[in-house]
Ligand binder design. Structure first.
Ligand SMILES: [Zn+2]
Ligand SMILES: [Zn+2]
Length: 361
């Protein structure tokens, strides 16, 4: 017996048995679940040695890892907590079998440009919803709790609606409104008092930007001085990433006229035009030149962000002292591996994170 049955007859766990003993059966069980074989042979193939029909209990399900049925007929409940999908078990999830993703630091090109890029973000949620999602921000009067906000709205707006507030990291709250008309009604006020408190709030539509504490400047940058060996899709993206996350390299213009343009997000624009020394595994040095071609969208940076930078700067000063900040830096572009290294001469990685003192320099 391969596994143990529980009271409901469902398989609880899979126990591998010695291969030699069951080799013939193993083979049949595997071939029986191949979809092609299954459609060609509706009845299980007879055992070649005995001429007997295959025991249906030997049919293996790849979905729930149980026996007696195929994956397409599987009615057992499986759920993966990693993917939040009812398509496979957590134990079978490919995520746990792959190297864990790591964030990338981009913007090594100049002090003040550095930021940490997370590439595996979720797609935008669908916008249409019967109950509009609002952002409630406090304007005056100090801080609010979720409960105070919910109570205040429940007493004030008796709309036969259960108010649920969710505090967000930037200090605002998410709340769903019963409908668009009621939302517009409150969004029209500049601000109003939350009943039972001294706090004034305003109501706006919730967007992804509502959660942010800032947004990078989005610009088109023209890049010159790039050697032939770096003129390829991957190397051009690597080169662009010295300024920040690369949204796009204009490959059409590059192929048509050999002009390199990259659309990048940047922490600040004051560093442009910028000269950078690039190298490859061959060790030759090339001087690349980055110049601002077009501002697509100016970014914004909230005061909260400045607090973060001040904290990072304090840590950095304690760690290595400010006298060690000077030093040459060379960016290595490896067209073969897509690897990106920054050679450090007495500088911690934090050097590349935006800080006030460098902005003022
Ligand atoms: Zn199954
Ligand atoms: Zn999964």
């Amino acid at each position: 017996m391969r596994g143990q049955m529980n009271k409901g007859g469902k398989l609880q766990q899979y126990r591998p048995v010695h291969k030699e003993k069951n080799q013939t059966e193993e083979k049949i069980a595997t071939s029986a679940v191949t979809p092609q074989t299954a459609t060609q042979q509706p009845t299980p193939p007879p055992n070649s040695r005995t001429g007997m029909q295959t025991n249906p209990q030997r049919i293996f399900c790849h979905r729930c890892k149980g026996f007696g049925h195929m994956a397409r007929d599987c009615s057992n409940v499986v759920f993966c907590i990693n993917c939040a999908k009812p398509t496979h078990r957590t134990e079978d999830c490919i995520y746990d079998k792959q190297p864990r993703p790591m964030a990338k630091l981009v913007g090594y090109g100049a002090p003040g440009l550095g930021c940490i890029l997370i590439q595996n973000t979720k797609p935008d949620p669908p916008k249409e919803h019967n109950n509009p999602l609002a952002m409630i921000s406090t304007v005056f009067g100090g801080e609010l709790t979720e409960a105070q906000l919910e109570q205040g709205f429940t007493q004030q707006f008796k709309w036969n609606w259960v108010w649920k507030a969710k505090a967000m990291p930037n200090g605002s709250f998410q709340m769903r409104f019963p409908n668009k008309i009621k939302f517009d009604e409150l969004a029209n006020f500049d601000y109003f008092n939350v009943k039972g408190t001294d706090v004034q709030v305003n109501v706006k539509e919730w967007t992804q930007e509502s959660e942010a504490v800032g947004k990078l400047h989005i610009v088109w940058v023209k890049i010159t001085g790039i050697p032939e060996e770096m003129k390829g899709y991957q190397a051009l993206y690597e080169i662009g990433s010295n300024l920040g996350p690369v949204l796009e390299v204009d490959m059409a213009t590059f192929r048509a006229s050999n002009v390199i343009r990259a659309k990048v997000g940047m922490m600040e624009l004051g560093v442009l035009p910028l000269k950078l020394v690039l190298t490859s595994p061959k060790g030759l040095l090339f001087q690349a030149h980055f110049s601002l071609e077009e501002v697509v969208e100016l970014g914004w940076f909230s005061d909260q962000l400045d607090d973060t930078f001040e904290k990072i700067e304090i840590q950095e000063n304690t760690l290595e002292g400010s006298s060690q900040r000077e030093g040459k830096q060379v960016v290595v572009v490896d067209p073969m591996t897509e690897d990106h290294h920054v050679s450090k001469t007495g500088n911690g990685l934090l050097k590349f994170v935006r800080s006030k003192s460098w902005c003022q320099n």
